[in-house]
Design a protein around this ligand. Structure first.
Ligand code: A3P
Ligand code: MG
Ligand code: MG
Length: 387
């Protein structure tokens, strides 16, 4: 059986001057509260305030209030927010593609990732599941002329289990759960629930005591574009530096928080340079200008903070002669792939977007002939029928 395929290789054809990109503009936002309940507001916005060095990022792990991510949330919150935005504006959004920022990060990094798409899968009710990493699902709403892309939740879950299995087998290492906790703990140590002037000194000093939770989130919904494709993306932003500007559409001083292992040798440097690609893509897509990296020791002690300007990452990488990735290739690849995807996913039904193990081709095939599966919520379909 042959499916429409897009060849990532040779990636040389995507190098050179980059396609035009639109500066992301926030059109709406939403929050999940500390129970992970949805609110159409900015109530979970947090402010950055530098953390104290020397903190143990494992501290409080046993009390971690972890979000249960076994339920597939599809695009529901993003679609709810789009409905409210369209009601307010009295007109439809003009995007060609609606998706989570994370899906676009996967697409943009695809030329330089051969691990990301594939993990030995035990999704076993699909005939070729062991061979295929079905990492996204998509549908086109013909009346709206928009392609919607969501993450394949089952694939994500099984990829995570496999990653956990592989890491558990390495003795002497922290468990993957603890290492994931480090990222959230760093956020708790670096954020305030209100601007600096409105919280007590005591609160700032005692952030190490806060019970860490990943249930609350602030999500920004932006309009952006790569080449000819207009995108509406939703994604979490960790914090703000100062305050939102008074008018919609102006750049916002968002801060992305990241943890990373201390750089101790050439190998560590190479690893960090590779990680910077994902940091850059993730922040570039939502228009996050600054990334604050918390470097940690092997045992999870916070030892250094570094502020990185998102815009400087591609140039610095090029100047340093980084060979593992190139920003223009990411942008031009995304432009070509999205163009192709919009032509290929040209009808209703549910389509799978997949990449075979260590393969350089992305395949798209239709798994349901009609409807939109669970990609589009009833609420969204009903709203758009009325509009
Ligand atoms: P780090 O990025 O510091 O490792 P984000 O950086 O996107 O705001 O995510 C916050 C934290 O969520 C991450 O902190 C990490 O702990 C966890 N996380 C995010 N994506 C993950 C993934 N794909 N696998 C494991 N952990 C992840
Ligand atoms: Mg985050
Ligand atoms: Mg972060």
């Amino acid at each position: 059986m042959s499916y429409p395929t897009f060849n990532i290789q040779p990636i040389g054809r995507f190098s050179g001057q980059s396609e035009a990109v639109k500066r992301p503009k926030e059109i709406a936002c939403f929050s999940y509260d500390d129970k992970h309940e949805f609110h159409l507001d900015d109530s979970s916005l947090q402010w950055y305030y530098p953390p104290k060095l020397g903190a143990d990022l494992s501290g409080g792990f046993e009390k971690f209030d972890k979000h249960d991510d076994s339920t597939d949330e599809h695009l529901d919150s993003l679609l709810k927010t789009i409905i409210a935005h369209e009601q307010e504006e009295g007109k439809k959004i003009d995007a060609n593609i609606v998706t989570w920022r994370g899906m676009m990060t996967k697409i943009m990094s695809a030329p330089f990732e051969d691990r990301d798409g594939y993990v030995k899968s035990d999704i076993n009710d699909d005939e070729d599941a062991n061979l295929t990493a079905v990492f996204m699902l998509a549908s086109k709403c013909m009346r709206l002329s928009i392609n919607f892309i969501e993450e394949n939740h089952r694939f994500k879950q099984s990829a995570k289990e496999e990653q956990n299995r592989q890491q558990r087998s390495r003795p002497g290492q922290f468990s993957p759960d603890v290492m994931t906790y480090w990222g959230y703990k760093f956020e708790a140590l670096s954020c305030l629930p209100k601007p600096w002037g409105e919280v007590s000194r005591e609160f700032i000093e005692n952030r190490d005591e806060i019970v860490v939770s990943n249930k609350a989130q602030y999500c920004s919904v932006v309009r952006t574009g790569i080449g000819k494709t207009v995108l509406c993306l939703g994604g979490e932003v960790d914090a703000i530096w100062d305050s939102k500007p008074p008018q919609k559409g102006l750049p916002i001083n968002w801060v992305e928080l990241k943890t990373s292992a201390e750089i101790r040798d050439e190998r560590g440097m190479k690893n960090f340079e590779r990680k910077l690609m994902k940091f850059w893509i993730q922040s570039f897509l939502l228009g996050v200008p600054k990334i604050v990296v918390g470097f940690r020791s092997q045992s999870g002690i916070l030892t250094k903070i570094e502020e990185i300007q998102t815009i400087s990452i591609p140039e610095t990488a090029a100047k340093r002669g980084v060979r593992s990735w190139d920003a223009n290739t990411c942008i031009n690849f995304a432009n070509a792939f999205l163009d192709w995807l919009r032509k290929t996913i040209n009808d209703q039904g549910v389509w799978r977007i997949s990449r075979r193990p260590h393969s350089s081709t992305i395949e798209v095939y239709k798994v349901h002939e009609v409807g939109h599966g669970s990609i589009l919520s009833e609420e969204f379909i009903n709203w758009r029928i009325k509009l």
